[in-house]
Design a protein around this ligand. Structure first.
Ligand code: AHR
Length: 521
């Protein structure tokens, strides 16, 4: 960490100096503009549950097959079939929760296809993602093994669209019953005498669409029926997750909640999962200023959607027993057919813009930490907003991987309020948190043509031993390719601790996290 020399950085000469430093950033960069923040270190929002930094992996394209799973006989270095480099990167990031097997795939997945000797498992057609066949060599045991290798809590999405309550009930028993039933003994015979102790169970996925094209009322009926049979087998009480809306579809939520609760004394529901994708109208590496602005502005909509969806839930569940989740989120750009042919369906390159988008999303979740229990980025490897991209034996960490790394200090801390007078959805984005004396602040500049000079005051306490890390690239289409895997990586950044708070510079398209000790709060 280099200390900023003096307050002069913010006077005219300083601005000129900053502009000179930024010269290589390009002709587009304008003079730095000031941004003031007031961090209310004594105004708690809520716990930033580690699960707000969760992830999702579906049988889609090369997310599982060829991505996470290469098989034990592969020449690609692997641990019991799991790509070794991917395991190491994901373990280092510390993924708190991993959702599987879909997505749309979940409502066409029959878990018995994926257990027992691998060479005896049936080959099935993946109807949602290109009608290719897969050999089911990656099933429940392999998924649990992966979760244990990377330290993630497993989250299984059940089949409601084409499955039965019995099938889902049996999956829970197979995973969680300790021993002595036919299903638990089968699990033991298949190599896992210890129960899997899976806590998170999705009751379907997007049942308004690929999960059965149901009306909210139809889904409410199915939900109630399935929920009766997904029981506690063993010592883990299952956390039941209902399918929520696409984006901020308030009608789905109103109608589903009204139908599911009306006339019922008790309905078991622990989570309510909305999906929110931030669409991009261009291919990932061909973004323009307009497309960038449009996509970044969706994060203000995401925040509004969380607030409004929670408010509707509150009407039925004022004690907030049901936790709101953003079960799938991330950027969904225009696919390039040639790339999909080479790397699989929904493969998209991941640029600094995607990392900035990831950081905007994480800031939203931190600011709304009192309303959320889990958020899962879609998807972990080779699909949509990926953390890792693979090609043959190569595996690169995307800029978005590093955005999650920069957000890590917030996990398990309490989010605190920040007065940020910037009303622009493309303006400065901020989240702050603390626990005991440890403090974290993440600032994001989603603009490609403006530097922000941030000056923050603290309502209480003072910062000591502050340091900062930055992820930044002046070219919105910059990415980590298989030939140049370290084009966009984080580095140390200057932060100046002042009597009132702190100051730092945010170049265009940057994410900065400051950490330090908070004294005297
Ligand atoms: O993540 C890709 C797809 O997006 C998922 O399968 C589905 O749930 C959503 O529509």
């Amino acid at each position: 960490m280099q200390p900023l020399s003096t307050r002069r950085t913010f006077c005219r000469n300083g601005l000129l100096a900053t502009a000179a430093l930024l010269a290589p950033i390009g002709r587009l960069a304008r003079a730095a503009s000031p941004r003031s923040l007031h961090i209310r270190t004594d105004a708690d929002i809520g716990l930033i549950r580690p699960e707000l930094h969760g992830h999702f992996a579906e049988h889609l394209g090369s997310c599982i097959y060829g991505g996470l799973w290469v098989g034990p006989d592969s020449p690609i270095p692997n641990i019991r079939g799991h790509r070794k480099e991917a395991v190491e990167y994901l373990k280092a990031l510390g993924i708190p929760v991993l959702r599987w097997p879909g997505g749309c795939f979940a409502d066409d997945y029959h878990w018995r296809d994926g257990i027992g000797p691998r060479d005896k498992r049936p080959r099935r057609v993946n109807i949602h993602w290109g009608n290719y066949t897969e050999d089911n060599s990656f099933g429940t045991h392999e998924f649990i093994d992966l979760c244990r290798l990377i330290g993630a809590e497993p989250y299984l999405a059940g089949n409601v669209g084409s499955g039965t309550p019995q099938e889902l009930r049996d999956w829970v028993e197979y995973c969680n019953y300790p021993a002595g039933s036919t299903l638990s003994d089968e699990r033991a015979a298949n190599g896992s005498p210890e129960p899997f102790r899976v806590r998170y169970w999705g009751i379907g996925n997007e049942n308004w669409g690929c999960g059965g094209q149901m009306t909210p009322e139809e889904y409410a009926g199915h939900y109630r029926r399935f929920a009766v049979y997904v029981r506690q087998f063993g010592d883990v009480r299952p956390f039941l997750i209902a399918c929520g809306p696409n984006r901020n579809d308030t009608a789905w939520t109103q109608r589903f909640l009204s139908a599911v609760y009306t006339g019922r004394r008790f309905v078991r529901m622990d989570g309510y999962a909305m999906h929110y994708y931030s669409n991009g109208r261009l291919p990932a590496t061909k973004f323009t200023a307009d497309a960038l602005r449009e996509q970044m502005a969706t994060f203000a909509d995401l925040e509004r959607a969380i607030v409004q969806q929670r408010a509707i839930l509150d009407g039925y569940d004022p004690e907030r027993r049901v936790g709101l989740m953003v079960d799938e989120w991330g950027v969904w750009d225009r696919m390039v057919p040639e790339e999909e042919k080479t790397y699989g369906r929904l493969w998209q390159q991941n640029t600094i813009r995607c990392a900035v988008a990831a950081a905007l999303g994480l800031n939203v979740f931190h600011r709304q930490a009192d309303k959320l229990v889990m958020c899962n980025l879609a998807q972990t490897v080779n699909v949509l907003h990926a953390l890792l991209l693979t090609h043959g034996e190569k595996c690169v960490r995307t800029p978005s991987y590093y955005a999650f790394e920069l957000a890590k200090p917030h996990r398990g801390q309490t989010a605190v309020r920040v007065d940020n007078p910037d009303p622009d959805p493309n303006g400065l984005s901020v989240s702050a948190s603390r626990k005991d004396d440890s403090f974290a602040l993440t600032c994001v500049n989603p603009r490609h043509d403006e530097t922000f000079e941030v000056s923050a005051t603290l309502s209480r306490g003072r910062l000591e031993g502050a340091s900062a890390r930055i992820l930044h690239h002046p070219d919105m289409n910059a990415h980590n390719s298989f030939d140049n895997p370290n084009a966009v990586t984080p580095r140390d950044h200057a932060v100046q601790v002042t009597a009132a708070g702190l100051r730092l510079t945010l170049p265009p398209l940057s994410v900065v996290t400051v950490t330090g000790r908070l004294r005297g709060v």
